[in-house]
Design a protein around this ligand. Structure first.
Ligand code: TXA
Ligand code: MG
Length: 380
């Protein structure tokens, strides 16, 4: 694939949209902006495009895709059934109002619903599962493209499998630029983390498969009851939502997360952390410290001091990465993937991640992504 096409980044215009639509109709895949992260889009009706999505991303075929649909005024299950997306008969009548409430409140936006699928939805898109993931994206450029092609667009995040999700057109180019022809530039992704995936599991049950850009509390407040968590058993026995795989969203360089904040460690504990870093990378000279909320300054100073006490001749240079100095979840989500990508491109050889200690709003998704992007630093 190395000598393939070089993607062109095109700003949004009528011409770009027509070009993208033509490529899509011929079974090609295109980089598209969404409000969450950039996607790698292909027409749901094209087996060739679906196959290409998996091969371009190097994504295993057991990991199903999300189908993106055009915005409509009528957000009903009947309408999804008329458009041949879902099998309405498999949704209990008593459960329909809660699903329609979600569609009406949060579509278009960062919510993906997993519903019983219609027979016409290709098995390749759903990895043979009896359900299909559907989302109505809010980004105007994506909506215009959906209107232009008048068909659903399957789109996973436009990164190589397991890697950091792209939030800029340029990120898509660095991930997949040698494999696709066109990337539509829609600016920086506003939300910064992928959509929240909620599965209809029958009998009044809604399961949170992936925390994401729509806060869990907002869904629960609307429904007046909690979402069921996808549990460890389900994870082990079937893939459910491979976004749940343990390693995902990961930088290329070594990334470790701490179980407790640097400032909460005793002096001996901190010394053991530093010792472990040098055991893993004996010639460690440049370290990045990621702080999910608040300031990383004090923590950085403490690590620097511990390193220079350990070996005054080999000082450790620290770069601190703050997702949101004021501790705001929306701001932190927006800077998350850029921060991980910037670390990969920096001179640091190791990333140390402070724990996410807030669980409200988008911090749930941030904690989830950081967990999958790193290994826990265990002190023996
Ligand atoms: O925000 C987003 O959702 C982005 C943008 C591009 O729209 N897309 C995205 O797609 O994150 P992807 O492929 O990276 O993640 C899709 C997630 C995966 O965890 C997949 O396993 C899950 O949705 N999924 C898709 N279909 C499913 C199904 N039928 N049952 C359970 N999980 C499903
Ligand atoms: Mg992804």
């Amino acid at each position: 694939m190395k000598d393939g096409p070089r993607a062109r980044i095109a700003s949004l215009s009528e011409e770009t949209l027509r070009e993208a639509a033509t490529l899509l109709r011929s079974g090609e895949v295109v980089g598209v902006p969404t409000e969450t992260v950039y996607g790698l889009g292909g027409l749901i009706s094209s087996e060739e495009a679906l196959a290409k999505i998996f091969s371009v991303k190097e994504r295993p075929r057991f990991d199903p895709l999300i189908v993106h649909i055009a915005e409509t005024k009528q957000k009903t299950l009947q309408w999804l059934s008329d458009r041949k997306w879902i099998n309405l008969d498999s949704i209990e009548i008593a459960d329909r109002p809660m699903l329609e409430k979600l569609m009406n409140a949060f579509w278009p936006g960062p919510l993906t619903l997993v519903l019983p699928k219609h027979a016409r939805v290709p098995e390749l898109a759903t990895s043979g599962l009896p359900s299909v993931a559907i989302r109505m994206p809010a980004h105007p450029a994506f909506q215009r493209l959906l209107a232009e092609v008048d068909e659903g667009i399957a789109a996973p995040s436009a990164n190589r499998f397991g890697r950091i999700s792209p939030v800029r057109a340029q990120d898509v180019a660095s991930e997949l630029g040698d494999r696709i022809r066109l990337i539509i530039d829609g600016g920086i992704a506003e939300v910064g983390v992928e959509s929240t995936v909620v599965e209809y599991a029958g009998k009044e049950t809604l399961r949170l498969l992936r925390p994401g850009g729509l806060a869990r509390e907002k869904i629960e407040a609307l429904l007046g009851r909690p979402l069921i968590a996808a549990n460890e058993n389900q994870r082990a026995t079937n893939l459910l939502s491979p976004g749940m795989l343990d390693s995902h969203y990961a930088p290329e360089k070594q990334s470790l997360r701490l179980a407790r904040p640097v400032l909460a460690l005793s002096k001996p504990e901190l010394d053991r952390v530093v010792e472990e870093l040098y055991r893993l990378q004996p010639s460690l000279a440049h370290l990045s410290l990621l702080c999910p909320h608040g300031s990383a300054l004090e923590a950085s100073k403490r690590i620097e001091a511990a390193a220079s006490a350990r070996d005054p001749k080999a000082p450790l240079k620290l770069s601190s990465i703050e997702l949101s100095p004021k501790g705001d979840d929306v701001e932190a989500a927006r800077s998350l993937f850029s921060a991980l990508r910037a670390f990969d491109q920096s001179e640091s050889t190791l990333l140390l991640i402070e724990p996410v200690e807030r669980h409200h709003g988008l911090f749930l998704a941030i904690a989830d992504r950081l967990k999958k992007a790193s290994k826990l630093l265990e002190l023996t």
